[in-house]
Each structure stands twice: as C-alpha cells, then as structure tokens.
Design a binder for this molecule. Structure first.
Ligand code: SF4
Length: 381
C-alpha cells in the first residue's frame, strides 16, 4: 500500500460523485480505470426478477481466490478511486463477510477509496451497523409500488416460495434499517427502475424513499431488456420521458436525485429530448451520470477471477481473468476492442460519454454515434 498516496475523501454530494466517469476525463484526459466492482457472493435471501444476477444465484459459495492476488491486482491500479461490492446480498453469508467483504472494506479504507455496497438491506440491522463506518454509499433497490409487488417480484426467481408473512417481514426490516441507518448518518441511495411496474407508483415510491426511509439520494435508471429482466416491461422512450417529467414535478427538491443510464443525449435531434435535458440540468439537486460500465469500471468475480465489463455480464461475456492479467491492461484491451470503439464517443461540450451497449441496442440500434460525435465536435469545438 505504501506505493499509493492515501486519498483524503471528501463527503459525497451533488458536486462530488466519485462514480461519475467524467471526473476521470477531467483528471486524466482519457477514460481511466478508477472503479472496480467485486461480486463477493452468489448467495441472497431474496431472488428479485429484476436482479442482474438473480438467475445465477446459488445455495453455496465456492472458495474465493486468495485475497493476496486480489490485493495485488488492486495495488496495480494507479488511479483506483471507487470500489463497489455486490452479490447476491454481500451481507448474507458470514463466511463471505469475514473472508472477502471485510478485507476489501479494510483495503479501501486504508487506501482512501470510496466504497459502495449494493444490498437489499433486509437483513438484521447489526450486520449493517458493523460495517457502517466503511461504507460511503449503501445502494439499495426500491421498485415496490405495493407489498404484493415486493412479495411477487422480490422473490420472482425463487423456486420454493417463502410464506407471505416472512416476505413482508423483510420489507419492514428494509424500511426500518434504512430509516435507522440514515438517522445514524449512512448515505443510502435508493434506486428505482423505470418500467411498466413502477410507472403507476413513482410518487408513492419516491415519498417512501424520502420521507419514511430518509434516504440521502433517489436514483432513477431506466430498465433495459437484458435477459435477466426479460419478464419485466420496458418503457418506450416517450413513456420514459413523461415519467421523468412526472418525477421532476412531484419530487422533494431537497433530496438529491440522480438520473443514470439515461437514453437521452445532446446529439439527438429531438426538441422534447433537448427540453428534458435542459430541465434536468436546471433542476435543483438533480444530477445525471454517465454510465460507468466499461467507461471507468470493470467487475471482478472473487471466486473465478473472471473480469466482465458490466454487471449485465452476458452482453460482452468474460473478457479476462485476474489470475493471469492485471486490470489496467485488461481495461486498455477492452477500450481498444471493436465493441468499445463502436460505443465510446465523447463530447466535451456536454461532458457526455455516450450510451452503453444496452441503451444503444434498445433505443438506438441504427444510430451511428461516432457520426453524431463528429457533427457535435464541428458544431461545438
Ligand atoms: S458523446 Fe456521443 S452520445 Fe453524447 S452527445 Fe456526443 S455523440 Fe452524442
């Protein structure tokens, strides 16, 4: 660790979102590997239909790789700024917490790296309190317009269904955990996907996140039709734009709202799109985030060592393995791949880094963003 300067962490705020890939462009003039996401367990007490890994969850974790190799691969990343810990439910398995999660948290703490944990926050509170000091962002999903939705979709990928009472207890626990941990100063960011199921309930969900759970941030991401979500209905672009306007109309302006993976870009010649972008830019406590997948982030599976570009792993598949490759080299190789080259555009005038592969496939299959980039550079440079 002595080889790295220890970073002093500034608090997360609308002016300091360490996961925003554009900050790496500002600092290093190019896309830079600064974020590693670790899949630390395949276990979870829930099985959400929308979970990126819901259908790959298991009942027992294999042995993880020795931490030494993981530390070495992290040490080799000169600009490591953020770490994301995901699963499964990272706080579910005590063995995984001890062998992997806590060592990673300690590594990040010692190096001044920001940590986000992706959790369902339904487990007993002491598990979360135990690691609270190491967590910069506790990221949870809240897509539950009704209790019935939670009981159905939250366990949609589970073969043997638990009793309804047990499911609802987890919902109460999530609300209670969020409220208590927020009160104690934890930064909880609740993400809602825009899809046909959440659309009728956006006001209720937002109010619950802000008022009952007291979360510090409400994240909004569209749902994309990757395999794992194939039985949930995506919104048309028009419905999505209306939903965002609706959210902006009714939201609590004192709570930070982050819109990520938005399928709306400065180069798209559509007056409604541009009006919405303008509104988002002008709105109080609202930020938009470039998609980090493959822009500044790689995902590492701690059991296999496999490296993928996005947690929607089936889009690009495994691109390497940390047993034999260092991560900056893997990242450079990815950036030079034809898929990355076809996706990666950059318009400095708007700090835009273009769509990810899911957005492009879903909404802009025929758009040539490299051509758009050329036109934008002529117009704005
Ligand atoms: S970076 Fe790409 S998506 Fe963004 S405005 Fe430029 S060409 Fe469009």
């Amino acid at each position: 660790m002595t080889i790295h300067q220890i970073r002093t962490k500034q608090p997360i705020s609308i002016n300091n979102d360490p996961w925003e890939a554009y900050t790496d462009i500002d600092m290093h003039n190019q896309l830079t590997l600064s974020n590693i996401e670790f899949t630390t367990t395949n276990l979870c007490n829930m099985r959400c239909s929308h979970c990126a890994v819901g259908y790959t969850l298991q009942t027992q974790d294999p042995d993880p790789l020795p931490m030494d190799i993981i530390y070495r691969r992290l040490d080799e990343i000169p600009h490591l700024k953020t770490m994301s810990i995901t699963g499964g439910e990272p706080m579910f398995s005590k063995k995984s917490i001890k062998q992997v999660v806590k060592p990673l948290l300690k590594y990040a703490y010692d190096r001044g790296v920001y940590v986000q944990m992706n959790s369902n926050l339904t487990l007993p509170q002491d598990r979360y309190l135990d690691i609270a000091e190491y967590i910069d962002v506790m990221h949870i999903s809240h897509n539950w317009g009704t209790l019935d939705e939670f009981a159905t979709v939250g366990f949609g990928a589970m073969e043997k269904q638990p009793p309804l009472k047990a499911k609802l207890k987890l919902y109460d626990q999530m609300l209670n955990n969020a409220q208590t941990l927020s009160d104690q100063g934890m930064f909880i960011s609740a993400e809602t996907m825009l899809n046909q199921s959440t659309l009728p309930y956006l006001t209720k969900i937002h109010n619950e996140i802000v008022k009952d759970m007291k979360c510090s941030r409400h994240e909004i991401h569209p749902m994309y039709p990757a395999d794992f979500a194939s039985d949930l209905n995506v919104l048309s672009l028009k419905e999505m734009k209306q939903a965002i306007h609706q959210l902006l109309d009714m939201r609590d302006e004192n709570t930070w709202m982050l819109f990520g993976t938005l399928p709306i870009y400065p180069c798209i010649k559509d007056d409604d799109d541009q009006a919405l972008l303008h509104r988002l830019r002008q709105s109080k406590n609202v930020t938009m985030r470039n998609d980090p997948d493959g822009r500044n982030r790689l995902n590492v599976n701690v059991f296999t060592g496999n490296v993928i570009v996005t947690d929607f792993g089936d889009e690009t598949g495994t691109i390497s393995n940390i047993k034999h490759d260092n991560l900056p080299t893997v990242f450079d190789k990815w950036l030079n791949s034809s898929l990355a080259q076809s996706l990666n555009c950059h318009c400095p005038a708007f700090k835009c880094l273009g769509p990810n592969v899911l957005v492009k496939d879903m909404y802009y299959p025929t758009t040539n963003f490299k051509e758009n980039e050329k036109r934008m550079h002529q117009l704005y440079n």
